[in-house]
Ligand binder design. Sequence first.
Ligand SMILES: *[C@@H]1O[C@H](CO)[C@@H](O)[C@H](O)[C@H]1NC(C)=O
Ligand SMILES: *[C@@H]1O[C@H](CO)[C@@H](O)[C@H](O)[C@H]1NC(C)=O
Ligand SMILES: *[C@@H]1O[C@H](CO)[C@@H](O)[C@H](O)[C@H]1NC(C)=O
Length: 498
Amino acid sequence: MKGNQKDSSGVSMYRPGGKLMIWLILFTSVTYIIYTLKIVSTSRACQYLTFSETILQQRPQKKATTTASAAEAVAGEHEATDLNHVVFGIAASSKLWKKRKEYIKIWYKPKKMRGYVWLDKEVTDAGDHENLPPIRISGDTSSFPYANKKGSRSAIRLSRIVSETLKHLDSDSRESVRWFVMGDDDTVFVTDNLIRVLRKYDHGQMYYIGSLSESHLQNIFFSYGMAYGGGGFAISYPLAVALSKIQDRCIQRYPALYGSDDRIQACMAELGVPLTKEQGFHQYDVYGNLFGLLAAHPVTPFVSMHHLDVVEPIFPNMTRVRSIKKLTTPMKLDSAGLLQQSICYDKYKSWTVSVSWGYAIQVFRGSFSPREMEMPSRTFLNWYKKADYTAYTFNTRPVSRNPCQKPFVFYMSGAKFDKQLNTTVSEYTRHRVPHPACRWEMTNPGGINTIVVYKKPDPHLWDRSPRRNCCRVLQTKRNNTLWINVGVCRAGEVTEVK
Ligand SMILES: *[C@@H]1O[C@H](CO)[C@@H](O)[C@H](O)[C@H]1NC(C)=O
Ligand SMILES: *[C@@H]1O[C@H](CO)[C@@H](O)[C@H](O)[C@H]1NC(C)=O
Ligand SMILES: *[C@@H]1O[C@H](CO)[C@@H](O)[C@H](O)[C@H]1NC(C)=O
């Protein structure tokens, strides 16, 4: 009789089941009606309880994301965040434009990105506008109070960039924009990594993402809850809308603040939205040489750098702009791995090797633990010249504690993808500087001229839990070259001090 069940009316064969079905339907309908009533009553209550325009503004936005009926809209909404969902707002001034635009040209791709440079007044076109974001002139802010004796009133103009950008977007753009990303004219973004960071967050919610200053005193004077503007920060669309509604009133309440980013933070505090800290945004409130910071980057995507006119060029014997351009070669090969540190040992020679992929390698005599190598060496100076090493917001270490431990530094001199080996090959050349005499009985790393690093591109590095890559010194007979492999740590592979 099993055949019967399959072909003809299964329903009529199981009358008792049918009855159960009717009960079930009845039960479901009643539950549904009760719930609907409840929703109607609570949503009405919400309207009576409206606290501010902001909350109202949020509602339709949220509904659209959760119950959008058009399949197309849903598909667009679930599409992973990419560069076409971002609008950049670049804070600039006509006075420095000629010089600073060179930094923007390094990272901005007009065909792939959207954004505007906000200036105080028109500048003469030098014929290079095709490589730059279009220029907009900020609205008049002379009616806003500004009472900070040290700062400049341009801060007000710059703090309004998000609101002004939002106001200028046409309706098509409004639908596709998820994030507003702010930066200065001397901020350089690694946009692939910016996207990797933004993808972690729901653009339909209110997010204010950025990072602090390296200087403890700066954070005390400004705020430990503020995204420093030069490092760049991101504001999600709903938050930009909420901000733009209150900003002009909000700015009036804080005439004594110094800059544009503290004004933004003051308004964020009014909205109750805290800073979501992402360590890859770099304000770089330091002087001197960034080397220590770039050679020991935290295990997080490298998103931005700033104050490039203040610090020394990141590669020696090169202009500032050229030295940043040089980083774009490894950036194109493996942006996720750019400036990521890995630590390993040459156990035969008793050396410690620290790789900052795409930038530099340090070779030390003797063994340093990973917890020491992870700390940036103090090649840079505090933003407050009188402040010493106790005034950073992270641990640092001296460049060397012993003359023998002065690192041998190798700067990236070239990088390419080797199709046959199916891996990137980057080369690092020794920076020739005098080294103090050392009487340790140990091979002198000064004999090495070149280091070659093999590393497979790993675009999904940041889709996994954060973990430092492992490196391995490959043993060869050549005396003046070191070969190193960098990649995901194998099962059970640990950086053990040798
Ligand atoms: C700096 O660069 C110039 C020109 O490229 C070169 O002649 C000079 O030797 C370099 N100096 C050092 C210390 O590398
Ligand atoms: C190259 O390596 C990647 C992984 O890094 C792998 O997915 C790909 O199949 C490899 N290609 C060849 C030709 O071996
Ligand atoms: C490497 O150094 C050792 C000892 O210093 C020497 O005997 C050997 O010939 C060198 N090898 C090469 C390839 O230069």
